[in-house]
Design a protein around this ligand. Structure first.
Ligand code: AMP
Ligand code: GLY
Length: 423
């Protein structure tokens, strides 16, 4: 099979690395890719926002499956354009991608189908949003409705912060994404990420992970795209997973199909596991980054077979098996992240790091004059496996310590919750 992978981050490097192991693969292309992905795929300079160009490329190269990594092209309808041209694609239609593209859409779906989540209101003006926030009281959460590159959520510990966040949204801090605002109850518990491959009708559980959203050790400092992850998440045991499937995933798939927009692709279920069971924080319509990196390290089966089965509506005929080991990834970020990451600093020592048995996925790198340099906020994902999360953590940090990159930093405590549990 010829496969085109859309994206350029650590998530896509992990997908490319795993797809390249498939005996069914003939040629793998990535658009636009990165220097890590280039070890596994032929990188092509396609503008993925130009759907006609992606369709034309897919025809010219006889692409059998397009795998879309990030959410923005899905929300923009890339999967629809490809399907309309008769090209198979792993990823939801724009209508189904509203599960990530509109937080209000998802909250309304939850209300309609009795899916457990926090109480909420949807608002198109600041006065009503503020009245609702005052009535609910702090802590409370304010979210721009649309895609805001992970920056549209404010967890307000006091009412002033909530009112400020509401003003910021309506003053255009997130552009069109903030034209509508969701105000919702603050959920207490332990956060975890759960994944399902979906084919419109069937959902195949596809592993769990825990991310670390704050930039600093001890979960302090600013919110980020994720500073590290491990899989599996012990909090998502078999009983919790069964509830998540029954109470959240299955009603969502039935609801979406009933509304004429069946969901196919990967459903990323962001959960808060509290005393009264799992509640939905949010859906994403793509793999988590860096959660995908740890899932790919643990997946035993052929990823290409599974993604094609999802695209073909055949998930009822496949299964996904996982290694017993834990996997853990440490994100190395450029100094300044998540504010203004410093670009262009040279990175060395990746081979030395990988000689320990770890895998280094590239998230934001480029080659300049033959040298590997930082080109983004999150730059490397140093990933290792072990019999326990503690062992995987030790392996990942041993590899991190071999990377020679004075321009970078990382958290030193990725996996702390699971490591505590293992004691
Ligand atoms: P996001 O940027 O959408 O991934 O959300 C950022 C983070 O905000 C999530 O990972 C949660 O930690 C937190 N969060 C979002 N909604 C809630 C909620 N209703 N209650 C508590 N925390 C939340
Ligand atoms: N790591 C969180 C996300 O991908 O949204």
């Amino acid at each position: 099979m010829n496969v085109l992978l859309i994206g350029s981050g650590g998530r896509e490097h992990a997908l490319a690395w795993k797809l390249a192991q498939s005996p069914l693969l003939t040629r793998l292309y990535a658009a636009p890719g990165n220097p890590g992905i280039a070890q596994e795929a032929e990188c092509v300079a396609l503008d993925v926002a130009d759907h006609a160009a992606v369709v034309a490329f897919s025809r010219e190269k006889a692409i059998d499956l397009v795998v879309v990594g990030p959410e923005a092209p899905l929300v923009a309808g890339l999967a629809d354009a490809l399907r309309a041209a008769g090209i198979k694609v792993f990823g939801p239609s724009a209508a189904a991608a509203r599960l990530e593209g509109s937080k209000g859409f998802t909250k309304d779906l939850c209300a309609r189908y009795g899916i457990p989540t926090g109480a909420y209101g949807r608002f198109a003006n600041a006065a009503e949003a503020k009245a609702y926030a005052r009535r609910m009281g702090a802590p409370i959460v304010v979210k721009a409705d649309g895609l805001a590159a992970g920056k549209g959520v404010t967890v307000a510990m006091d009412l002033d912060a909530a009112l400020h966040a509401i003003d910021a949204c309506f003053d255009g801090a997130f552009g069109a994404a903030g034209a509508e605002v969701v105000v919702e109850a603050f959920l207490e518990g332990e956060e975890a990420s759960f994944f399902c491959l979906c084919d419109g009708a069937t959902a195949l559980p596809f592993g769990s992970a825990q991310d670390h959203k704050r930039v600093g050790d001890g979960d302090t400092g600013l919110n980020t795209g994720g500073m590290g992850a491990y899989s599996p998440a012990p909090v998502l045991d078999a009983a919790v997973e069964a509830r998540v499937m029954r109470e959240i995933v299955e009603p969502t798939l039935r609801g979406m199909a009933g509304m004429g927009c069946p969901f196919s692709g990967v459903l990323f279920v962001g959960l808060m596991i509290g005393a009264d069971g799992p509640k939905l924080i949010e859906f994403n319509v793509r793999f988590g980054d860096p959660e995908c990196q740890v899932l790919m390290m643990r997946l035993k089966d052929d990823l290409l077979v599974l993604l094609e089965a999802a695209a073909d509506g055949q998930l009822g005929h496949v299964s996904a098996r996982w290694r017993d080991e834990a996997a853990l990834t440490v994100v190395m970020a450029a100094k300044g992240y998540p504010g203004r990451p410093q670009a262009g600093t040279p990175i060395r020592g990746i081979e030395a790091a990988e000689a320990t048995g770890a895998k280094v996925f590239h998230a934001g790198t480029k080659r300049a004059d033959g040298e590997l340099v930082a080109a983004g906020g999150r730059v490397l994902n140093v990933t290792a496996t072990g019999r326990t999360v503690g062992e995987a953590q030790a392996g990942a940090y041993a590899a991190v310590d071999r990377i020679d990159w004075p321009g970078g930093f990382c958290r030193r405590d990725i996996g702390w919750r699971a490591v505590e549990r293992e004691k």
